[in-house]
Design a protein. Structure first.
Length: 42
């Protein structure tokens, strides 16, 4: 429900690109941390 509200708010305020950029950054950060853990051995 919060995601739905956030995307609707982003669309209304015209912050579409900023919202998707933020999601992309979070996804990349999680991937980076996952790789670090894997390379660090746990």
């Amino acid at each position: 429900m919060i995601d739905c509200f956030a995307s609707a708010f982003a669309r209304v305020s015209g912050w579409d690109q900023l919202y998707y950029l933020w999601e992309l950054l979070v996804m990349l950060w999680k991937l980076f941390l996952g790789l670090l853990r894997m390379l660090g051995g746990g």
